[in-house]
Design a protein. Structure first.
Length: 141
């Protein structure tokens, strides 16, 4: 039998990355991770991903002494509004995936080709550069 080793993690200010990964149809791992250290702060084994479990996780981190200064998540419906006092951002992977659903993997139209190239840069640039490029793109379409 495998025993899980208990790890004590020092409470601190954190930006929390939270997401769920599935193996099969009803076995998932919901993880709350420190965005800077990449350290797993909390995790739940779940049958399904719910906003209530994400809220529970953030509250549990608070009760353990962590100060959650921001959250990065997949943008589930209702999740962003559930944290009124904490800034919430949609993760860049999910932003790119959402845009890809609209323009396809192999766009044919010139505007879609340019937009896809611009979106790929999202994770390698700062906000001002990305928004400036987006304004340039909208000017030419």
């Amino acid at each position: 039998m495998y025993l899980v080793k208990k790890i004590d993690i020092a409470p601190r200010k954190v930006i929390v990355l939270m997401d769920t990964t599935y193996w099969g149809r009803n076995f998932g791992l919901m993880v709350f991770k420190d965005a800077y250290t990449k350290e797993n702060l909390l995790w739940y084994y779940v049958r399904s991903e719910t906003n209530a479990l994400y809220i529970k996780g953030i509250k549990e981190l608070g009760s353990k002494g962590f100060e959650v200064v921001a959250i990065v998540c997949d943008g589930r419906k209702g999740l962003v509004g559930a944290f009124r006092d904490i800034p919430v951002q949609l993760c860049q992977f999910h932003q790119v995936a959402a845009i890809r659903r609209y323009i396809t993997k192999n766009p044919k139209m010139p505007a879609s080709i340019d937009l896809k190239a611009h979106v790929v840069m999202m994770k390698n640039t700062d906000r001002e550069s990305f928004e400036g490029g987006l304004e340039t793109w909208t000017y030419y379409i």
